[in-house]
Design a protein around this ligand. Structure first.
Ligand code: ISE
Length: 336
């Protein structure tokens, strides 16, 4: 029997996950779409006969015989879906960020710990991207010597309505705040944010690009250029500096074209294509893991750590100063 999954939120990411679960994922089926916007809900299930649409997660949990839930609403709405889903004992793939504050993330951890085992996987999809995986292997192998520094660039073509300066940290750089500790193998100890010249093409009131400097526990520095209105495309790159050389990922681009006296290479326009394979792998591995009674990827604990780093990042963004991050001990519930 395929896993019966409800997708909560039918925006860009929710719609993408509905298509993925329907067309490409083995062992799962979309049983319900939870979406308060009626037009969006109808569009999401237009080609999916028999899939229920609900306005509240509670109704789907009660009526649709769910095994699992994929949460793809904006971050501030995650907790309201996570709580009843945990209560109902279903498995959960929750898009990033887990929650908008470490307090909210902690409440989620407490609720999860009242269940039998980790039930939440957080959608930090970069950990499933083939090039990130290769870079992590290179770092772990020591083949290029010790890792000395990381330069990251995180570029979006434009921002959706409602995108605010704090979202540079909580929505965008949160990806690096998860993937840098994963690559380096140690937590972020401090964050600093500097603001360079403003892009006049950004919506009014949005001061960007910004440069985020993260420092890991043993003193490795990772800088992130976050630019979200660069007009040209969706580009996420990392250059890793080792004792014996440099490695770079994310510059794969697409079709190379020589024409009209110029060289052009197509660039992605959205995370849905740039990380398409990563999302496919993330969701397939999650489905396989859920069927074995476990998770296979970043846990709610990782989501909580990222929330703590985000908080330091927001403080650093406001003050212009270096802000340290401190962590409590990891509950044994999250070991293994
Ligand atoms: C968006 O929510 C994402 O997760 C994208 O990966 C990121 O590049 C973008 O900046 C975010 O707004």
């Amino acid at each position: 029997e395929p896993l019966r999954v409800a997708v909560v939120g039918a925006g860009i990411m929710g719609a993408d996950h509905i298509a993925r679960l329907t067309d490409r994922t083995i062992g799962a089926t979309v049983a319900a779409v939870v979406e308060p916007d009626a037009a969006r809900a109808a569009a999401a299930v237009a080609h999916l006969p028999g899939v229920a649409t609900r306005t509240r997660i509670e109704d789907a949990l009660e009526h649709d015989g769910l095994d699992a839930v994929v949460i793809a609403t904006p971050g501030p709405f995650h907790e309201a879906v996570l709580m009843p889903a945990l209560e109902a004992g279903v498995d959960i793939l929750c898009e990033k960020p887990l929650a908008p504050s470490s307090e909210a993330a902690w409440r989620i951890l407490e609720a999860e710990r009242r269940t039998d085992r980790p039930r939440i996987q957080v959608g930090f999809m970069r950990r499933f991207d083939e090039e990130y995986i290769q870079l992590k292997r290179l770092i772990d192998s020591g083949d290029s010597g010790a890792l000395l520094a990381l330069h990251c660039a995180h570029r979006n073509p434009s921002t959706p309505p409602g995108y605010t300066e704090s979202m540079l940290i909580t929505d965008s750089v949160v990806h690096e705040m998860d993937v840098v500790p994963w690559l380096v193998g140690e937590p972020i100890a401090a964050v600093e944010v500097r603001k360079t010249r403003r892009n006049s093409l950004a919506p009014e009131g949005l001061r960007e690009p910004q440069l985020v400097l993260m420092e890991t526990e043993s003193g490795l520095l990772a800088d992130v250029e976050i630019s979200v209105n660069l007009q040209f495309g969706y580009q996420v790159t990392t250059d890793a500096v080792f004792e014996r050389g440099v490695a770079e990922i994310g510059r794969t681009g697409g079709l190379a074209r020589y024409a009209d006296g110029a060289f052009r290479r197509a660039e992605h326009q959205s995370y849905t294509t740039r990380f398409a394979r990563a999302y496919d792998s993330e969701v397939q591995r999650w489905v396989d893991a859920v069927r074995r009674g476990t998770i296979d990827g970043p846990s709610a604990w990782d989501g909580y750590l990222a929330a703590l780093v985000c908080e330091a990042g927001l403080e650093a963004q406001g003050s212009g100063r270096r802000v340290e991050v401190s962590y409590g001990a990891k509950p044994t519930f999250y070991d293994s």
